[in-house]
Design a protein around this ligand. Structure first.
Ligand code: ASP
Length: 455
């Protein structure tokens, strides 16, 4: 039995929804289907979810992002979108548009509750559209609304967490033996007080993951608009391939800003019960995608390379540093007081560097520096900006760490110097830090030497 989730790009218009129906008809083991709200399309630069949030916040959401779209314009964009969906799919628009308008215009809710309710309407009404179209396509569909079967969330209305009762409710109400396709709007749920709450953005992934977990699915298919997880960012390395199999841990190490295909919280329960997650492409359903597994037998040393840009290194020098007990705790405390997340900590007897996202230093750097000087009584502090951390990942590295030699050799051969090197304690990844202006070349060199398959 498969639980499938189709993201915003897979349900953004009638053409995409028709593809979804075809995919479902091709495999009868696809029993539970979670859908998102419509994503961006040729006419709409913004996702429906963002228009809904803009409507709920009276235009603040977009104006905060310097986008000139007011609440009324968002309202019109939403209505136009659903009207077009109904017309293009040939379904009764009265059943969709009036309830949608009523929901948005009549709500008396305020603040977070209002935001949550309006946000949820994207998936709610899209599921209703898809339900009608499925019925028209003679699919035996049953619409399962989170408020009806009890997908119970905590009372953080715009960042709700799934409560344990939800699993029993799912088990009780989804009888997967029957010849029924269960259709579920993603992203939202209901609190114990029967008020609508949403999870964090991208939360439909989570709805799917939790359903797969509660129903003990054989696989959780996550349908999106890419063939899977690539060995390396395909925007930089054009001939990068999709990784056929990788473990949850490898995926976690590979994902970096701008290169996330999946909501991580959604993996946790699937990981716990060893349910594989299959990333698939709605626009290329013949491609097998990437299978994310709890375990795998590695056929290679490394599977992929991630890259994190815009990092800064704060290098602290102090004689006899290594002899000072509690020094590291005090140093990291300073960073935590400034709310700064820290990454790597290359160290030796009198030196330590702390790597951080340089964005976090904006407006903070002078105060941070003063605090470190005062509390740690440093001799010197050197700050280097614009570093890229390139991370080579693969569980095969544990058995055979000589890929590290290949990596360093390749950099030497191409005259690429690096500023940082370290191996992770899990031994399934190592990091190479280079100046950002040579990061593209370094990445290409590492890719060519460590991953590129012979033609
Ligand atoms: N529609 C919601 C969002 O854009 C949830 C989702 O698509 O997963 O964040």
């Amino acid at each position: 039995m498969k639980v499938c989730k189709f993201g915003g790009s897979s349900v953004k218009d009638a053409t995409q929804i028709r593809k979804v129906i075809k995919i479902l008809q091709q495999d009868k083991s696809r029993k539970v289907v979670v859908v998102s709200a419509p994503g961006r399309d040729d006419l709409h630069d913004q996702k429906i979810t963002d228009h809904l949030l803009n409507y709920a916040t009276n235009g603040k959401h977009f104006s905060d992002h310097l986008i000139e779209v007011d609440a009324q314009q968002s309202f019109e964009a939403i209505i136009t979108k659903y009207e077009k969906l109904c017309i293009d799919l040939g379904i009764d628009k009265n059943k969709i548009i009036e309830p949608l308008k009523k929901d948005l215009e009549n709500t008396k809710l305020k603040d977070e509750k209002r935001e949550a309710f309006c946000l949820s309407r994207g998936e709610h009404h899209n599921a209703k559209v898809i339900e009608q179209f499925m019925k028209k396509s003679k699919i035996n569909v049953k619409l399962m609304l989170p408020e009806d079967f009890g997908f119970i969330l905590s009372e953080n209305f715009t960042d709700g967490k799934v409560l344990n009762e939800s699993y029993e409710n799912i088990e009780r109400d989804f009888s997967i033996e029957e010849d029924i396709l269960y259709l579920v709007p993603g992203f939202y749920g209901i609190t114990k007080n029967k008020e609508i709450a949403v999870m964090s953005r991208g939360g439909s992934d989570l709805t799917g993951g939790e359903l797969a977990y509660a129903l003990d699915a054989d696989v959780y298919e996550n349908w999106t608009d890419t063939n899977g997880v690539y060995e390396v960012d395909p925007r930089v390395i054009e001939d990068a391939n999709v990784i056929p199999r990788l473990t949850f841990k490898e995926l976690r190490l590979l994902s970096s800003k701008g290169f996330n295909v999946f909501h991580f919280d959604a993996m946790l329960n699937c990981k716990k019960s060893k349910i594989p997650i299959n990333i698939r492409n709605t626009n290329n359903p013949d491609h097998e995608g990437t299978l994310i597994l709890s375990e795998r037998v590695p056929m290679e040393d490394n599977v992929g390379i991630a890259r994190l840009d815009n990092m800064a290194s704060i290098h602290i020098q102090k004689d006899m540093l290594a002899e000072e007990i509690g020094f590291m705790a005090e140093l990291l405390k300073v960073f935590s007081e400034f709310g700064i997340n820290t990454y790597h900590y290359p160290t030796d007897k009198d030196d330590i560097a702390v790597l951080v996202d340089q964005e976090c230093l904006k407006g903070n750097i002078n105060n941070l520096r003063r605090q470190i000087e005062k509390r740690i009584k440093t001799d010197n502090i050197f700050i280097t900006y614009n570093l890229s951390i390139i991370t080579i990942v693969g569980i095969g590295l544990k058995e055979n760490s000589f890929a590290i030699v290949d990596a360093i050799w390749a950099l030497k051969e191409n005259n690429i110097s690096f500023d940082l090197f370290d191996m992770s304690p899990s031994k399934i990844s190592f990091h190479i830090g280079v100046s950002q202006n040579i990061a593209d070349v370094a990445l290409q060199t590492l890719y060519d030497n460590l991953l590129k398959k012979e033609e």
